[in-house]
Design a protein around this ligand. Structure first.
Ligand SMILES: C[S@@+](CC[C@H](N)C(=O)[O-])C[C@H]1O[C@@H](n2cnc3c(N)ncnc32)[C@H](O)[C@@H]1O
Length: 295
């Protein structure tokens, strides 16, 4: 065991090879991928993915998506320019400390009032509604705090993150919580989700908008993959009103972290996605939005 999690939960996976070659028992992520038929080629979401008998994943438009340690690689050859903040999430140590030492405490510090993680997760659950049997995309998921919570409530969850160490950590945490059969860790960019248009019942993003890079592009993708009437939930940090807060946020600017105002955050949501609820405590903004029926 390491860090409270089983070591090498995915020992059956051969690096870069199809997952089932070393065993006839299919890993949970392959079984899940067979059930979720609405994943798409990262380079063209109008084309689906085909899972071969041996677990090899092919894009209908051509090309293979490799598995790396139980994580499906849907980067599609992308090598985006990364900010300092984004680079810090590629360091293998970061996923070992992120959720436990920062994420579960951070809103209590940023909201200006006690804000237990249970409250945030209850808001998330209320925002997306009943998800049993549905498909949820957790965008820039890190360890998959939101996605794991919704998988435990019965959703199939595609956990997207461009950081391989974080995607592996999400895989391990899902296995430790016995929900690996409902969590598919995928390495992909938020701006190019490997999901068919309108295929998801909900898309969620906890705390990542501030460092996502192209904010509008990421929210447009969330709007694209969610079905009409489906929900989007985001938690992000907004510009501070106090002088010390603004100075701190300005100091973080060079790392690539941005703090839009509430109005600016609202305006980033794409046409056809209607904000139905907003909550703000300190700098912690939670937005629930719904994809219009005509979309
Ligand atoms: C603040 S953490 C996310 C926290 C997580 N959503 C949660 O609720 O605990 C930011 C995450 O976003 C990921 N990330 C940043 N930019 C990304 C992008 N453009 N595409 C995919 N993942 C991205 C990072 O690798 C990191 O894991």
């Amino acid at each position: 065991m390491s860090d409270g999690l089983p070591d090498a939960v995915a020992t059956r996976y051969d690096r870069g090879m199809s997952p089932s070659r070393s065993s006839h028992v299919e890993p949970p992520s392959v079984l899940l991928l067979r059930r979720i038929t609405s994943l798409a080629c990262p380079t063209d979401p109008s084309h689906g993915l085909v899972v071969g008998d041996d677990g090899t994943v092919r894009c209908e438009a051509g090309g293979v998506l490799p598995w790396h340690d139980g994580v499906l690689d849907a980067m599609g050859g992308d090598r985006p320019h990364l900010s300092v903040a984004q680079l810090s999430n590629l360091v293998p140590l970061t996923p070992l400390v992120y959720e436990r030492f920062w994420r579960v405490r951070s809103l209590g510090l940023l909201a200006g009032r006690p804000f237990p993680i249970e409250e945030e997760l209850a808001e998330l659950a209320a925002a997306v509604g009943e998800v049993t049997g549905g498909l949820v995309v957790d965008v820039a998921a890190s360890e998959g705090l939101y996605g794991r919570h919704l998988a435990a409530r019965g959703a199939d969850v595609v956990m997207v993150d461009h950081s391989a160490p974080f995607a592996r950590r999400a895989r391990d945490r899902a296995a430790a919580e016995l929900i690996a059969d409902r969590v598919l860790p995928v390495r992909a960019r938020a701006q190019r989700l490997p999901v068919r248009t309108g295929a998801a019942d909900a898309a969620v993003m906890g705390g990542s908008l501030n460092e996502i890079g192209d904010l509008r592009g990421a929210l447009a993708e969330m709007g694209r993959v969610v079905r009409p009437g489906g929900r989007i939930f985001t938690m992000s940090l907004v510009r501070a009103s106090s002088t010390p807060g603004r100075l701190l946020q300005a100091a973080l600017g060079p790392s690539g972290i941005v703090f839009p105002t509430v109005e600016e955050t609202r305006s980033l949501f794409p046409p056809g996605v209607r904000i139905v609820e907003e909550r703000l405590d300190g700098v912690a903004l939670r937005i629930t939005a719904e994809v219009d029926a005509r979309h």
